[in-house]
Ligand binder design. Structure first.
Ligand SMILES: *[C@@H]1O[C@H](CO)[C@@H](O)[C@H](O)[C@H]1NC(C)=O
Length: 129
């Protein structure tokens, strides 16, 4: 005979699977700051915006000839730091450390070589879905 505790455990495990199955909707900046030319397809033909967002992707059907459901820009510590690499305005110097960059109140990301690693944040007011 199953005890109360067992059922509670079963319920919690099932709830956990549901959460894993639904990826989080990306932030508006991760979607709207991506150049439409750089979109990489993340869906299938006829995918709805809800399905697309549930898969953790971005949806925008207003530009013709490019994928409507696409991979978001990489996540950053703050949405103010989410932007295309080409949009980075240098706030530091080559080889700057994350600490020195933080002292300047700028964004730091060193995952891509040969581009500014310390760059000015951008207001998130223009971000939208
Ligand atoms: C879709 O993307 C275009 C180009 O980036 C942008 O001008 C437009 O505002 C976006 N539309 C929505 C609903 O997000």
């Amino acid at each position: 005979m199953a005890t109360r505790g067992t059922w509670l455990l079963v319920t919690l495990v099932m709830a956990g699977f549901c959460v894993l199955a639904l990826a989080e909707k990306p932030s508006a900046c991760r979607c709207s700051r991506m150049d439409p030319e750089h979109r990489k397809n993340c869906g299938f033909p006829g995918i709805t915006s809800d399905q697309c967002f549930e898969n953790g992707c971005c949806f925008n059907s207003s530009v013709k000839g490019v994928p409507w459901c696409y991979d978001p820009l990489p996540e950053q510590e703050s949405d103010q730091c989410v932007m295309e690499v080409s949009a980075r305005k240098d706030c530091g110097f080559p080889g700057i450390s994350s600490e020195e960059c933080a002292e300047r109140n700028c964004c730091f990301s060193n995952t891509i070589p040969q581009v500014p690693w310390c760059f000015f944040p951008q207001s998130v007011q223009d971000c939208h879905y």
